[in-house]
Design a protein around this ligand. Sequence first.
Ligand SMILES: [Zn+2]
Length: 262
Amino acid sequence: MDFEEMLLANMTQPQAQKALGRGTAVLVTGSVEQHGSHLPLGTDAFAALTIAVRVGHRLEAPVLPVSPVGVAPYHMPWAGSLSLRPETLGSLMLDVCQGLSAAGVERVVVVNWHEGNTASIRIAADQIQAQLPVRVIVAEAHIITNGLFPEEMEFTHAGSMETAAIFAYDPSLVRLDQRTEGDLVESGSDGHAIFRRRDVFPVMKDFREVAATGWYGTPSAVPEERSREIIDAVADHIVSAVEEVWKSLAERAPDDDHPSSR
Ligand SMILES: [Zn+2]
């Protein structure tokens, strides 16, 4: 697979017209935020991109990062972290989908790796689906990675899972030799768990409430080659889940010609 040739922006206009005319596009959301001194600021953006390109290749769908920056206000205490307002990310997605829809896209797969983007993506999807003949399917790649490989891929910040994603994207961006001491895994996991509760939960304001050092986890846990295998498996999972979801949506589509109550 040629990474570069999956990107919409690298295609010529006739190539893009043909590829988008097949009906599917892959959008990538990102985040530029601190990941300790051993992983790049763009970890979440690169993780989503490297998975999205694999997904796009298998679905024969062009891939477009909507923005390297995501919604990450709680990482702002660390210089270099950036954050979009939720409505900015939503507007970007809606504007881009307008053009994709005009080119024939009816199915947009959003590949995301950053928890802070999730609420904004859902609101954007509502707006896109209300205004355009487009269906949005969201793939939360970090959740899938942890779910498929719970022993190896810890759900930490800047730990084994994120290191694996960057190994798969570009190993030269992993700088384990520059790593400084992070928070203890147990303490960071307990802190994160409060925000990850599904029933009663606070909204994160400052990541120091999770980990005072900004990170916790075991970044050295997974070697490069294994990292690529894992990220490939995540892409495979997304592709089969998208097809399954798409098929069951088609089977359940309401019959607009005969609404049950009119
Ligand atoms: Zn991250």
